[in-house]
Design a protein around this ligand. Structure first.
Ligand code: 13P
Length: 253
């Protein structure tokens, strides 16, 4: 009953011209193929949103941003509000990516502020959680992802959960080529689902899309996506290669 969602996170790659070229290549790859089994999202640099949204019109590809500020507007030099992202053509936004937590001082509380603002503004949220390597080695993965999930979702209503996707991204698997095993991915996505069950009850927990992210690629996607608790992927490097991204989309059908 929950939707598979295959989302690319382009990170800080490709300006508007190359972004449109990649979208055109993805469109070519998926043309005539079955895609109805999943939602397809490309989360792109903010400067690409408008041109990418235009290029995706009339296709199954939806557009997302990579971050959003918590204020509606004002003196926040360099930031972007939910309204501005929506107007540019974004439907989704990634919040709490580990790179923002690691390099830009993002905390569970700022993640919560952004999630609230994004949902109030009408964006769909891809909320990222995941443990560091040393946290896994200390055997506190369950506690870490539970805390990140609970704080990020503070004050989010059951109704708003229809617009929340959670992406489990173990930090040690991001950009390293070291993927979580399908059993590890399934286990932690299941832990997150249990946290949602505690917060919102079984119906919402069962209806929420929980993605895996971290070195997902054309070769390992089918196995990861076959797991009960893995409802899609948040894909970095492989989402920048049209044939690989299309292979992952095909694996989700
Ligand atoms: P990679 O797929 O490049 O490991 O990146 C994963 C990621 O961070 C997606 O948000």
């Amino acid at each position: 009953m929950r939707r598979y969602v295959i989302a690319g996170n382009w990170k800080m790659n490709l300006g508007p011209k190359k972004a449109v070229e990649l979208i055109e290549a993805i469109k070519e790859e998926i043309k005539g193929k079955e895609t109805a089994g999943c939602d397809i999202v490309c989360c792109v640099p903010a400067v690409d949103i408008a041109v990418v949204a235009a290029a995706c019109e009339g296709t199954p590809i939806k557009v997302g941003a990579e971050n959003v500020h918590w204020a509606e507007k004002g003196a926040f030099t360099g930031e972007l509000s939910a309204d501005m992202l929506l107007e540019a053509g974004a439907e989704y936004v990634i919040i709490g990516h580990s790179e923002r937590r690691q390099y830009f001082g993002e905390t569970d509380l700022t993640v919560n502020a952004r999630v609230k603002a994004a949902l109030a503004g009408g964006l769909k949220v891809i909320l990222c959680v995941g443990e560091l390597l040393n946290e896994r080695e200390l055997d506190i993965t369950a506690e870490v992802v539970a805390k990140q999930t609970k704080v990020a979702l503070k004050d989010i209503t059951p109704e708003q959960m229809a617009n929340v996707i959670i992406a489990y991204e173990p930090v040690w698997a991001i950009g390293t080529g070291r993927t979580a095993t399908s059993a590890q991915a399934d286990e932690v996505c299941g832990i997150i689902r249990n946290v949602l069950c505690g917060l919102y009850g079984e119906n919402i927990a069962e209806a929420t899309t929980i993605q895996y992210g971290g070195s997902m690629n054309a070769g390992n996607a089918a196995e990861l996506l076959s797991m009960d608790n893995v409802d899609g992927g948040l894909i970095g490097g492989a989402s920048l290669k049209a044939p690989d991204f299309a292979t992952i989309i095909a694996a989700a059908q």
